[in-house]
Write a protein that binds this ligand. Structure first.
Ligand code: GLU
Length: 316
């Protein structure tokens, strides 16, 4: 499936893994409080297992990157008292790796070129904007990879029929039917960009990530990523999809409220421990108004109790 040197790397990480987590922000602008809360929880869940915590910058989608955003992310995390292991990893510097994996998938016949336009797919998509499952229109056509009428095809992964399953630590196990619910995933876009699901799946696998902690809004991204990991012969990590940020009455915060970054809080005179307290209190991990460092939060919790609390937040 993979070239030998990658197969060896995969074999090296497939032995019982030491716990390893990652925080994977996109450098598209300032981090809002929801992002920072995810970072804190990802750090906490990893450190409670004695694991390494990596910082991965998801900067493949270059038109959306903002100058200075990466430096601001690093500065915000440091200001909160969170430290990561090793240098930050940038997906933009790992393009060669993703391209190698993509070519080996293509060589083994798992991919096919797709020329369906967005408009065409929108026309056949489910009503009410529900995410469309690609019905495989180009699957059985003769594979023509070159440009036609000046346009290149996207490259889709042909999913094997059957169930895709993964471990969810904060909810029922992930279980979706590949053909009915997921559909063939685009791994290389028609504009030549490597797809985010490919990069993420390759990274989780080859970096030996055991615990992916992220917002529940990314739940839907899990099945396509698990599908790629499966195809590469790997085992998916455990997923912790955190509840979305709610106010005291259990209402999801509006985009505007969530969007508040650290700056207004600093201007109100809050320091790192006060903001860690605020982030942790929003999930009922500490009483409102607490001031504490990430390490002090770690001392107050065990992994199982934390998992229980996050699965059944008292305020929800
Ligand atoms: N980079 C993606 C984002 O910031 C999230 C990645 C993830 O945690 O899987 O939305």
């Amino acid at each position: 499936m993979l070239p030998d040197h990658l197969q060896q790397r995969l074999a090296a990480v497939q032995r019982p893994l030491a716990p390893r987590g990652r925080y994977a922000p996109s450098p598209t602008g300032p981090q809002h409080l929801g992002n920072l809360r995810t970072a804190l929880l990802s750090w906490l869940i990893t450190r409670l297992q004695g694991g390494e915590w990596l910082l991965r910058i998801d900067d493949l989608d270059t038109p959306r990157n903002r100058p200075g955003a990466e430096a601001a992310i690093l500065a915000d995390l440091t200001w909160l008292g969170l430290s990561w292991d090793g240098p930050p990893l940038r997906q933009s510097e790992r393009r060669g790796l993703y391209a190698t994996v993509l070519s080996s998938l293509r060589r083994t016949g798992c991919l096919y070129p797709c020329r369906c336009s967005r408009r065409m797919l929108a026309d056949i998509s489910a009503p009410h904007g529900a995410a469309a499952v690609y019905p495989g229109l180009c699957r059985d056509k003769p594979p023509a990879w070159g440009p036609q009428q000046g346009r290149l095809p996207s490259w889709r992964l042909a999913l094997q029929p059957g169930g895709l399953t993964w471990e969810e630590r904060l909810g029922p196990p992930g279980r979706l039917d590949a053909c009915q619910h997921v559909g063939d995933v685009v791994l290389r876009r028609a504009d030549g960009f490597l797809a985010y699901h490919l990069a993420t799946a390759v990274d989780e696998l080859l970096l030996g990530i055991t615990d992916v902690v992220r917002g529940a809004d990314l739940w839907a991204a899990t099945a396509p990523q698990v599908a790629v990991i499966d195809r590469l012969g790997g085992t998916p990590p455990r997923y912790w999809h955190l509840p979305l940020w709610c106010d005291a009455t259990g209402q999801r915060l509006s985009k505007r409220e969530q969007a508040t970054g650290l700056e207004p809080l600093r201007q109100q005179g809050l320091d790192g421990p006060a903001v860690v307290g605020l982030l942790a209190a929003s999930l009922d991990l500490v009483p409102p108004g607490s001031r504490l460092s990430p390490q002090e939060l770690q001392q107050q919790w065990g992994l199982e109790a934390l998992q229980q609390r996050l699965s059944h937040p008292a305020k929800a």
